[in-house]
Design a binder for this molecule. Structure first.
Ligand code: SF4
Length: 334
């Protein structure tokens, strides 16, 4: 484990962007591991009834929202699991949004109602991201057992009808990858401003089912060619977001400049990075400010940097992302 003195010496070597900041500029906050679906590729291994032990209560979640506001964090993503099944989800969104915090909501769209859209419409929402990674019910339900494509389309319409920005996400697997062209056309027709995709992440259920789910090289080549062609054609207003294509390419950039981002798990643990297993703070025992300080120091930790190098060298390492382990830094005095 790392000692504070050696970390402080190392951090004195050079100034990174995050060292100049008092707080993160983006917080990805998983409200729950509970979900109304149990997708075969789910990176968080969420499923019905699978709330994490010790998830925040309503009061704790609202108190954390107040901390984010007080720290002037400008942008927060509320996700899960499925945030719409959290009873206080809209309350948290409203607490943040009414204070001027910009929001992104990630939902599977199965229970995203017009009423929810109307409540969100008065807030500074930058994106409501809905999973639309197939264009036939049969394929959609194979990837997302129990899911209704009709409900997803209705959710997309509810977002647009409320004047909210619709973003669509497509997680490619061997099951659904051939439906990309139809999904692109559907997303465009539904009025999405962005189509978000990239290679399947080898985390959670995707890692467990990797041999069955990983698209073949030929499938990926066709997939990339379609995306490149669509991007070059620049049709309509929909932005295509698929680069860096593989997670490892994004990870290389972290070595020099870690993002000013905190990834908060439903029980208040703060992870250093999605594909790494290290927890750098526990918000039940740390203030947001302490968690941010720990995060910045963690990126000087040889343990974390070695783990990142391993994750870049071999994406099979990402399979351990949900086997959380605490860096010594995770301890706070609050
Ligand atoms: S991928 Fe999304 S919708 Fe599917 S189980 Fe995971 S959190 Fe739920």
């Amino acid at each position: 484990m790392d000692g504070g003195t050696s970390l402080d010496r190392q951090s004195a070597k050079r100034t990174r962007h995050i060292d100049t900041m008092a707080a993160p500029i983006f917080v990805s906050w998983q409200l729950t591991r509970d979900c109304d679906l149990a997708c075969i590729h789910c990176c968080t291994e969420s499923a019905p009834g699978k709330a994490m032990q010790g998830e925040f209560t309503r009061e704790e979640a609202l108190a954390f929202a107040d901390e984010l506001i007080a720290a002037d964090v400008p942008y927060v993503m509320l996700c899960g699991g499925e945030p719409m099944i959290v009873p206080y989800f809209l309350e948290v969104a409203e607490r943040l949004g009414r204070a001027g915090v910009q929001l992104k909501i990630e939902t599977n769209g199965q229970r995203f109602s017009s009423e929810a859209a109307a409540r969100l419409a008065g807030l500074p929402v930058r994106s409501v991201q809905i999973s639309l990674d197939a264009d036939t019910q049969e394929v959609y339900a194979r990837q997302r057992p129990g899911a209704s494509l009709t409900k997803v389309h209705a959710a997309c319409r509810a977002v647009r009808d409320a004047g909210l920005p619709l973003e669509v996400t497509f997680a490619p697997t061997r099951v659904n990858i051939e439906e990309l062209p139809a999904a692109l056309a559907r997303a465009r027709a539904l009025g999405a401003f962005r189509f978000n995709t990239g290679a399947l992440m080898r985390i959670g259920n995707a890692a467990k089912n990797w041999r069955k789910l990983r698209p073949s090289d030929t499938q990926y080549e066709r997939f990339r060619a379609t995306l490149d062609r669509e991007a070059a054609a620049g049709r309509g207003e929909m932005e295509l977001c698929y680069l860096p294509f593989r997670m490892v390419d994004g990870l290389r950039q972290l070595l020099d400049e870690p993002p000013a981002t905190l990834l908060v798990l439903p029980n208040g643990w703060v992870k250093a990075s999605a594909p790494l297993s290290y927890v750098v703070a526990e918000l039940r025992h740390c203030s947001l400010s302490e968690a941010w300080h720990n995060y910045c120091r963690a990126w000087q930790s040889p343990l974390l940097v070695d783990a990142l190098h391993r994750a870049i060298a071999d994406e099979a390492e990402h399979a351990a992302a949900n086997s959380w382990q605490k860096l010594e830094l995770a301890v706070c005095n609050a």
